[in-house]
Design a protein around this ligand. Sequence first.
Ligand SMILES: *Cc1c(COP(=O)(O)O)cnc(C)c1O
Length: 621
Amino acid sequence: MQNFGLDIWGDENYLIKDGKIALNHMDNPTLIEMTKTIRDRGHKGPLILRFPHIIKKQISTLFDAFDSAIEEFGYTGSFNAVFPLKVNQYPNFINSLMSVASPYGYGLEAGSKAELIIAIYKTPIGTPITVNGFKDREMISLCFIAAKMAHNITITIEGIGELQTIVEVDQEFNHDSDIVSRPNIGARIRLHSSGVGVWAKSGGYSSKFGLTSTELLEAYELLYHHQMLDRLTMIHFHIGSQMGEIAPLKKALREAGNIYADLKRRGASSLSSINIGGGLAVEYSQHKHAQERNYSLKEFANDVVYLMQEISTNKGVEAPDIYTESGRYIAASHSVLIAPVLELFSQEYQQESLRLKEVNPPLIEELNDLFGSMTKANAREYLHDGLDHMESLLTLFDLGYIDLEDRSNTEILVNLIVKRAIYLLKDEDSDELKRLQSRIQEKYLVNFSLFESLPDFWGLSQQFPIVPLDRLDIKPTRPASLWDITCDSDGEIGFDPKSPLYLHDIDVKKDEYFIAFFLTGAYQEVLGMQHNLFTHPTEVIVNFDDDGNMSYDELIEAQNLMDILDDLDYDMEDIDKRLKELIESSDLIDDAEKSAVLSKLYLYLSENSYLKTIQALDNKG
Ligand SMILES: *Cc1c(COP(=O)(O)O)cnc(C)c1O
């Protein structure tokens, strides 16, 4: 895994240049140069870089795949897409998305009132808005207001109750009005087939959402009865996120296609589109054997277009316009989280820490010789000798024959021998070596919160590609586990011998070392929890003009300590008053020093929670 699986998950967005990970765009700027520039401006701690050119690429790739399929099959319907806001509502993302989306008529999908306001605010008039999820009267009224603003909005009903409310709200809005204007109505169907994977609950009979066949017929009759059948334009389904296989989608397409054709033949003449929801998967894996997706975008698009063509031809109805709501596919790759390594926890096992004496116990002398004379040819034998000597030495310690310094020398030397053996035998794939790796695991303390920035790792064991920003021309040999800075033992990405991560042996006292977590642009940001009161990291948009000049725009610094407490609705004036009082009334501070202490305190309050310095390491954070 010399390239950290870049060929598996990277999708040609990055390349390795002079040992550094760089954008495969314009002049191939390296991520480490971006990171250092922003840190030099005083922004320490973890950092989110956003790349609008990657969002643009995802949108254009999606549209191109469907447009090609439509051309290839001579399909008569159109292709349309909306972005589901729940995947990432951050303004720096949405603003970037909408600025590259306009040539495609790419709209937004909302699942709550607040998301609906974003959709109404950001979607250009005429570009589609779809509204899913459970809705009350107020939310439905908001959709009618959007329609009155001339928005092209479709309310997807999840149940008959919602449809009844729509009929009532319609009378309220359009009864006495000269200009009648209404949202379109879509019907989400409860699929017989269900999805696969951890998110499969979104589809299938036990799904939270959608109308059964009986309810669909009832809905049809209700609309007919109220002369609103002309509003029914869309059939919708969503089989779940991160769909690893294509088979469940094909089943769902057949089901939805036949429902569409049946309703159309029954008399729903305005019915003109099928919305296939999201679910298009992202390849997160850094290891070939653990790949998460078994189909290509081309296959996905071809299957959708082909099946819709086949069903509508067989049933003699007009082919539907196709809508997708892919979110993960559009957003995941646009951002990267970069966090500095603060410390390595097995540094005590370094050669410099040895305390060899004038005269050492013979077995220790021997360990030292073994370590000094290891070669590829003798590595395995010396490794076994070393492990054997260690057992004897630990027994000697227990019996009181050697002292604590000898024991420390033993541990260091054996650790060095194991490390060197693994390095020398790195081309061999043996179980013994794999077992030994977990023993010399290096724990990297990283300045970020896993709960805030990778919640799906915590909640669903979702893997994300992890790559150091530089030294990629040097083979990493340390089996790594990553610790975040929360004081929660779940805040760890442990070493997994089945999908191992190796990082470099570095001395953080001398060198900076940054870890990048890729594909974090979908779901992670809003799902992130402020556990321990670590907040959304500092973020910046990396833009390029046509000449390739790079700029860092819309930098938003992570919240400071006072803002965090304010968010929790603490009484900020009272905190301020109490802190001042404590300094004022303390006999342990000289009066002359009091104002200096107070200003120091205020400085810290104006900064964020992430670590700035640790122990002797100035400026590492
Ligand atoms: C979550 C959701 C999506 C997005 O799914 P992705 O897997 O991110 O593409 C689309 N449509 C609906 C209705 C959803 O709930």
